[in-house]
Design a protein around this ligand. Structure first.
Ligand code: PGA
Length: 238
């Protein structure tokens, strides 16, 4: 895993955007794996800026997001679909963008459909990831075994607690989700993990200890042949 440490969140966001700029120049029809959360917001803002400045073109590219709550409507402000349209899809020219459907009648059938759609697209070229405080990637939470494909899961107490700050409008917070599996992530041709902020320093330290902790799902990325992590100094321990 290639590790890049930069001083600030802004520098991390620009360095991550450089990777997208290069990726789309080399392969305009790239299949992008995308993530939600606070970490990629700076990257998405920078991609929008570069698109508006004519520096990057997504018109032949497609995207698949990592995960979505279940059940949740795409028009719910806390749905990942809403987040992605607000922060990225409405502002750039991606040819197609998909997320697992939080409104699908049969969530398990939706998982199968999503995996088939990724496969039909030729797999993911560049997978973007954040990391949870517990080492989760997507909603692949610490466990004794991990799903290969997209799966329908119960969120852990820690993920529900971490996200409860977003569900303050009195609506019900979903306790289930649809998430890409570790297999789809590992089959991506390249992976970009972004880790920022002092709050992530402990899990980042564990990730780079030189051991594969089976209860830290992000440790699988250490085995990926083309994985890059970009961190700010705070996440690297200051
Ligand atoms: P965050 O979430 O970017 O909001 O810290 C990352 C994650 O939980 O995967």
């Amino acid at each position: 895993m290639k590790k890049i440490v930069l001083d600030t969140y802004e520098e991390v966001s620009r360095a991550a955007a450089d990777i997208y700029t290069r990726q789309l120049k080399e392969k305009p029809g790239s299949v992008l794996g995308l993530a939600t959360g606070s970490t990629p917001l700076g990257l998405y803002a920078e991609l929008v800026r570069r698109y508006q400045a004519g520096e990057i073109d997504f018109s032949r590219a497609r995207s698949f997001n990592l995960d979505e709550y279940y059940p949740i409507g795409g028009d719910h402000p806390q749905s990942y679909k809403y987040f992605m349209y607000e922060n990225l899809f409405n502002r750039i020219n991606l040819a197609d963008s998909q997320l697992p459907d939080g409104e699908a009648g049969d969530p398990r059938a939706e998982c199968k459909r999503y995996d088939a759609a990724i496969e039909a697209a030729g797999g993911i070229d560049l997978m973007l990831l954040g990391i949870g405080h517990n080492g989760h990637i997507g909603f692949n939470e610490p466990a004794s075994s991990y799903s290969m494909g997209t799966h329908y899961i119960d969120l852990t107490e820690s993920s529900i607690a971490a996200n409860s700050r977003f569900f303050t409008d009195g609506g019900t917070q979903p306790v289930k989700a649809l998430s890409m599996g570790v297999g789809a992530i590992m089959e991506s041709k390249s992976v970009l993990l972004i880790i920022t902020g002092a709050g992530k320093a402990a899990i980042a330290k564990k990730l780079f200890e030189g051991r594969i902790y089976t209860d830290v799902p992000a440790c699988f990325l250490l085995l990926h042949p083309d994985a890059t992590v970009i961190m700010d100094r705070a996440a690297n321990g200051g």
